[in-house]
Design a protein around this ligand. Structure first.
Ligand SMILES: *[C@@H]1O[C@H](CO)[C@@H](O)[C@H](O)[C@H]1NC(C)=O
Ligand SMILES: *[C@@H]1O[C@H](CO)[C@@H](O)[C@H](O)[C@H]1NC(C)=O
Ligand SMILES: *[C@@H]1O[C@H](CO)[C@@H](O)[C@H](O)[C@H]1NC(C)=O
Ligand SMILES: *[C@@H]1O[C@H](CO)[C@@H](O)[C@H](O)[C@H]1NC(C)=O
Ligand SMILES: *[C@@H]1O[C@H](CO)[C@@H](O)[C@H](O)[C@H]1NC(C)=O
Ligand SMILES: *[C@@H]1O[C@H](CO)[C@@H](O)[C@H](O)[C@H]1NC(C)=O
Ligand SMILES: *[C@@H]1O[C@H](CO)[C@@H](O)[C@H](O)[C@H]1NC(C)=O
Ligand SMILES: *[C@@H]1O[C@H](CO)[C@@H](O)[C@H](O)[C@H]1NC(C)=O
Ligand SMILES: *[C@@H]1O[C@H](CO)[C@@H](O)[C@H](O)[C@H]1NC(C)=O
Ligand SMILES: *[C@@H]1O[C@H](CO)[C@@H](O)[C@H](O)[C@H]1NC(C)=O
Ligand SMILES: *[C@@H]1O[C@H](CO)[C@@H](O)[C@H](O)[C@H]1NC(C)=O
Ligand SMILES: *[C@@H]1O[C@H](CO)[C@@H](O)[C@H](O)[C@H]1NC(C)=O
Length: 799
């Protein structure tokens, strides 16, 4: 066997590749120089002779009629041949570049083979034609190109006519004649799903907006609608994308995920005339925020979608049902899964779905509309998209919270990765599950899997699949134990609350972490007792009671009829009592009066079991009584008024004298008072709670000078009782209320001026005890223990 001379000089055997000789059907390993034949790469060839051809196949031995990728070379009656693989060769490369200008790449290696029959020796006519000499054919370099797959894209360089077949069909032929030898057949191309594309060949599918072209480097390029687009037919792509906001995570139109860590409002999608914004709020943890409501702002009107399926237009609740209704340009509907609001502006349709924990914003239009917001790019700078008129002040403040030791991140991750398993996997090609898995694990590794969170991310993925995939996810809910109904549907909580799972089962309005922190810090259920002069109140926080599963309506004070009042706006439950109602226990101790009551749960003896924890809150108010007060006054004044403030007590004490028993003719500076004329003196208070205290006139006496302890001194009342030595003194009312009066006949100090100063000492007495001094024949002194606070007042007459 002879080699053609043409390239012989430069042949360099590829390291490790020994020549393979063959005389019949032979399989040759060409993995050291694999061939790409019309877009398919092969690392072995199957060679065989038929009566009139040498057949080199890549898909198995040649079997006419059964397809296969083969090269059929017209070489009758061959009997033996040889394969060899060589390193790249400049001369050959240059020759190919010259003859096949489309080929620009460089050569890596090539395979050479030749065959011969049983006849005479080869005639090698220098470097052009390899001629047959009767039965002997020299098939030279035929596979140079097959061979140099990595290099020049499957060219054939042959000395005989040949046919190239793909799947049994002829896709290329090469005719060789004496003046046109050493030629190449370009066998480059691409294949997709069994379809062959020749080099530079393209195919278009207008109905799917797909076009395929076998490009410059024989690589199939498929172009179709962009990642945010959808085929509208006729090769026209339209914008169609969904953005999912679930928990703290925002999965934008491009599938990038990011999370919001503060409690502000952000623009999700902002189009001309329409803004969709989300408000984030904390729930159980201070350091994790959830999308709490979604607002569509259209022409200045706010459509706010809230947890529980509530929708408010400019703050007023709308009643919705499953049949869509058009309200001021927004099509609204509500079903068990959540609320949908749809707006069409120009050609762009924006559909917002919200189920209380996940918002999905689906935007469709003929071309990519000019969009702004987190849905366009969830990595955008938050400060630029924050909407201050929807955010509370200091919403940016971030808080730390103690890690939840009950969270098992491994388990959470397993849960989230259900999205990669059946039945979700059927949709994985259409909707990338990764961002959903990231959002899910990030959340469930820091936040307890309650309040429907275990299903929330699966639900969000399934909903995105329903938009972009024909795959059926049927049965995922039963497989993952998820309810088809939106969590907390139709439950309305107020601003400082969110709807969540109660520890004892069921859902309720629980306190948001920041609101609750001031109570949790002190382990209390409400605000401190508010004590007023004669009343007290205690306010319990509705959502803290709810957490403990305490129904406020079973709570009462000592008196079962005294129940808490709920403020519907704040969900605060207030229990109030005063000194004389609701079974208040009033006790006095030295200068202090204590009012005490207890909040407790109904003690319904008919129930043989109780599901309520013992509930018992004592609360009391301690009030300090006033110190002794003293005031002097001038005779010219018709009365003296003293303003007394001490502790919670704030009252006035008035001392007045009258000339009639009905206390109507007040003595003033013009009144002539005769000696031995009967005078009534009234000690009246204003501002004391007569139900709690009584005023007791302890003592009254007269002096001839302003000083109360001056001398001489004349006693009118001693120890609450009239001075027995003066028969004219009559204590007419004492200790029975908040004012007292007594009378005496006017007198004058014998050896001094006509001035008379009257001084009285008063005491406040807790009415729980008897406050009326016991006077009588035996002149028992009244019990001092009942008198608590003392006041002192003086009055004078100048003759
Ligand atoms: C083909 O040859 C390569 C080395 O050139 C070798 O690694 C490989 O195992 C061979 N393949 C077969 C099926 O023999
Ligand atoms: C090789 O070709 C001959 C002649 O066509 C045929 O009879 C034989 O079956 C082929 N061998 C294989 C392995 O295909
Ligand atoms: C080649 O074969 C032909 C007939 O097929 C014959 O006439 C010719 O002489 C042969 N040539 C040689 C060199 O043997
Ligand atoms: C040889 O082949 C080339 C190209 O196929 C053709 O143009 C030419 O006419 C052929 N020459 C003869 C002599 O057949
Ligand atoms: C590929 O096709 C395009 C148009 O379909 C043509 O302009 C270009 O010249 C072709 N390239 C080659 C190398 O044939
Ligand atoms: C909502 O309020 C805005 C501003 O106060 C007002 O412009 C708009 O007309 C209101 N929308 C409806 C439907 O009442
Ligand atoms: C839904 O509400 C609309 C308007 O309130 C009412 O006309 C319609 O009958 C309701 N449909 C159903 C199914 O309740
Ligand atoms: C936006 O609103 C203005 C005024 O109502 C209207 O003229 C304009 O066409 C609207 N633009 C779009 C895109 O709807
Ligand atoms: C999103 O914004 C970030 C930060 O501004 C930027 O690095 C990134 O390239 C943007 N992504 C897209 C898809 O625009
Ligand atoms: C939260 O804790 C981290 C690490 O313990 C600390 O670096 C950070 O400053 C804290 N942030 C706040 C707001 O307290
Ligand atoms: C977390 O869950 C995994 C998988 O369910 C379990 O193997 C592992 O023991 C759990 N770890 C803890 C600390 O409970
Ligand atoms: C006492 O009451 C008067 C009038 O009601 C008020 O002006 C004054 O501020 C009160 N004093 C105290 C200490 O509450």
């Amino acid at each position: 066997m002879l080699r053609p001379l043409l390239y012989l000089s430069a042949l360099g055997l590829l390291a490790g590749a020994a020549p393979v000789s063959f005389t019949g059907p032979t399989e040759v390993n060409i993995s050291s120089c694999p061939i790409t034949y019309y877009g398919q790469t092969y690392d072995r060839v199957y060679v065989n002779f038929t009566s009139d051809k040498t057949v080199i196949c890549f898909t198995g031995f040649y079997n006419p009629g059964s397809g296969g990728d083969c090269v059929l070379i017209n070489t009758p009656a061959m009997t033996s041949g040889e394969f060899e693989i060589f390193d790249r060769w400049d001369a050959l490369e240059a020759d190919v570049h010259k003859k096949v200008p489309a080929i620009k790449t460089t050569m890596k290696c090539y395979m050479d083979s030749y065959v011969q029959g049983n006849g005479n020796s080869n005639v090698v006519n220098d470097n052009t034609v390899f001629r047959s000499n009767n039965n002997t054919l020299s098939l030279l370099n035929m596979l140079n190109s097959l061979l140099s797959a990595l290099w020049f894209q499957h060219l054939f360089f042959v000395v005989q006519d040949l046919q190239a077949q793909v799947n049994g069909a002829t896709v290329g032929t090469l005719a060789v004649n004496s003046t046109n030898s050493n030629v190449f057949l370009d066998a480059s191309g691409c294949r997709q799903s069994g379809v062959l594309y020749g080099y530079n060949q393209s195919m278009s599918h207008p109905e799917t907006c797909t076009s395929v072209v076998c490009g410059q480097t024989a690589v199939l390029q498929t172009s179709t609608c962009g990642p945010l687009e959808r085929c509208l037919g006729n090769n026209i792509c339209g914008f169609d994308s969904v953005c999912t906001v679930t928990g703290p995570a925002v999965i934008d139109f491009h599938g990038q995920v990011n999370s919001v860590e503060d409690r502000c409002a952000y623009s999700l999608v902002s189009l001309t005339n329409l803004t969709v914004l989300a408000t984030f709020r904390e729930r159980r943890r201070k350091d994790v925020s959830f999308v709490d409501s979604v607002t569509l702002r259209l022409d200045g009107s706010d459509f706010r979608l809230e947890q529980g399926g509530r929708v408010l237009l400019n703050g007023s609740v709308l009643t919705l049902n499953s049949s869509a209704q058009l309200v001021h340009g927004v099509e609204l509907s509500k079903d068990q899964t959540g609320v949908t609001a749809k707006v069409s502006l120009s050609d762009v349709t924006t559909s917002v779905f919200f189920d209380g924990s996940t918002a999905q914003i689906h935007v469709e239009g003929p071309a990519a509309p000019p969009l702004q917001g987190l849905c366009r790019n969830s990595s955008s700078s938050l400060s630029g998209l924050r909407l201050s008129d929807y955010s509370s002040t200091s919403c940016e403040t971030q808080y730390n919270d103690t890690a939840d030791s009950s969270i098992n991140c491994t388990m959470a991750t397993e849960r989230c990765e259900l999205l990669k398993g059946a039945p979700f996997s059927a949709c994985n090609d259409d909707v990338d599950p990764e961002p959903y898995i990231t959002a899910c694990t990030d959340t469930l590794c820091t936040y307890p899997a309650v309040d429907g969170l275990n299903c929330q991310f699966l639900e969000a993925y399934a909903r995105a699949c329903s938009l972009y995939s024909n795959a059926s996810l049927e049965g995922w809910r039963s497989k993952a134990s998820c309810s088809p109904e939106a969590f907390c549907q139709d439950r309305t909580c107020i601003d400082h609350e969110f709807c969540g799972d109660k520890t004892v089962g069921g859902t309720g309005c629980l306190c948001r972490a920041l609101f609750a922190s001031k109570y949790r810090g002190t382990d209390s259920l409400g605000d401190p007792t508010v004590c007023r002069e004669n009343s007290a109140s205690l306010t319990l926080v509705g959502c803290l009671l709810e957490e403990k599963d305490v129904d406020y309506s079973v709570l009462h004070l000592n008196d079962q009829n005294c129940r808490g009042q709920v403020d519907q706006l704040t969900h605060m439950v207030t229990f109030s009592f005063n000194s004389s109602n609701c079974g208040t226990v009033v006790t006095a101790n030295n200068s202090q009066v204590t009012y005490k009551n207890t909040i407790r749960a109904d003690n319904s003896s008919s129930d043989i079991i109780t599901r309520q924890d013992q509930f018992y809150i004592d609360f009391s108010c301690v009030q300090t009584q006033p110190d002794i007060k003293f005031v002097s006054f001038r005779i010219k004044d018709s009365s003296v008024v003293q303003h007394l403030v001490s502790g919670p007590w704030n009252y006035t004490l008035t001392m007045k004298s009258y000339t009639d028993p009905g206390l109507t003719q007040a003595v003033d500076s013009n009144t002539e008072v005769m000696l031995n004329q009967k005078i009534w003196v009234e000690l009246e208070t204003n501002g004391l709670d007569g139900d709690v205290v009584a005023v007791v006139t302890d003592s009254c006496w007269a002096t001839d000078q302003p000083s109360s302890n001056g001398s001489p001194r004349y006693d009118l009342i001693i120890g609450g009782c009239a001075n027995a030595a003066d028969r004219t003194v009559q204590v007419e009312r004492n200790g029975a209320g908040t004012s007292n009066h007594f009378s005496f006949n006017m007198f004058q100090f014998s050896e001094s001026s006509t001035d008379i100063y009257l001084h009285c000492k008063l005491q406040l007495c807790v009415r729980k005890n008897s406050c009326t001094p016991t006077c009588g024949a035996r002149r028992r002194r009244s019990s001092r223990s009942t008198s608590e606070a003392e006041a002192f007042i003086s009055m004078g007459w100048t003759g």
